[in-house]
Design a protein around this ligand. Structure first.
Ligand code: MEV
Length: 301
């Protein structure tokens, strides 16, 4: 039997713009994970087991499709019992599908070769993620595969970011399920209608990602916070925020966060806030009181 665990993720800067070829920054979250156990079987088909959760027929079909697609890519004929256990909230912008795709892909690679090339792993996971998200940029599967904070741009080599000062991040789950596929296609529709304006916004998001990479490398936490808040304003402009997300965002700022923003596809999902260590408890409390259903603390280092 093979057992693989992969982290969740947050997008620090540049979501959506990254789909249009702009750079973005993502970090793994190792306190939220997907665990996959792969056991070879003589059964005629592979079987997905998700303890403590009854899958809808649609969810089961998708997962089976995912496994068959990856097996085909790797030319694996064997069948498996695949047990999935995840602590990452689904459709919350924390990388549940990327983490699942990477875990399954990694276990299949190891079954076949006893080794994994991380580049190949992230490519295979991305093929799988298309089942969930239609047209993903690849940032989620890359950050989860490498398990490192990265500056990602489509068709370019990943740049791994050296973090000078640890970043205390609170992840406030709004409890509203946000479909990445729907958010990405909504933004695409608006982009097609307003190419000039949307291109300018994506250009600004690019500048924010570039400035923020430097701020992370220099340990300029205050600037990083300002960049987050600016990025949130731009995400709001492209139409992927909502009242609850803005409310949670404002409470983070009001209670003294350096900065805050939507992280991930939006239209639900989570707000991340960059905070001082001494404020973690206070701001967590404020986020809960102002609508977050869960608040997770993670340190990016
Ligand atoms: C989702 O975590 C990030 C998006 O930019 C989609 C993608 O890059 O695939 C919204």
């Amino acid at each position: 039997m093979m057992e693989i665990t992969s982290p969740g993720k947050i997008i620090l800067f540049g979501e959506h713009a990254v789909v249009y070829g702009k750079p973005a920054i993502a970090a793994p979250v190792n306190s939220l994970t997907t665990n996959v156990k792969l056991k070879e079987t003589d059964d005629e088909i592979s079987k997905i087991i998700v303890p403590d959760k009854s899958l809808t027929p649609e969810e089961r079909n998708r997962l089976e499709e995912l496994v068959e697609l990856m097996k085909k890519e790797l030319d694996i004929k064997d069948n498996f019992h695949i047990t999935i256990d995840s602590s990452i909230p689904i459709s919350s912008g924390m990388g549940s599908s990327a983490s699942l795709c990477v875990s399954i892909a990694k276990s299949l690679f190891l079954h076949k070769n006893n080794s994994v090339d991380v580049d190949e792993l992230s490519k295979l996971a991305l093929i799988g993620e298309k089942i969930f998200h239609g047209n993903p940029s690849g940032i989620d599967t890359n950050v989860v595969s490498y398990n490192q904070t990265l500056f990602f741009q489509k068709k370019k080599k990943n740049e791994f970011i050296k973090i000078k000062k640890p970043l205390n991040i609170l992840i406030a789950d709004s409890g509203i399920k946000g479909s990445t596929k729907r958010a990405v296609s909504l933004v695409k529709k608006k982009y097609e209608e307003n190419k000039i304006i949307y291109s300018k916004i994506f250009d600004d998001m690019e500048k924010i990602s570039i400035v923020s990479k430097k701020a992370i490398e220099e340990g300029d936490i205050e600037k990083l916070g300002r960049m987050m808040t600016l990025n949130h304003a731009l995400l709001k402009m492209i139409g992927i925020s909502n009242e609850k997300l803005d409310y949670i965002f404002s409470s983070a700022i009001d209670y003294g966060a350096y900065g805050a923003k939507i992280s991930g596809a939006g239209m639900g999902g989570n707000i991340i806030a960059l905070v001082k260590e001494k404020d973690i408890e206070n701001i967590t409390e404020a986020l809960r009181e102002n609508g977050a259903v869960h608040v997770y603390h993670t340190v990016i280092k």
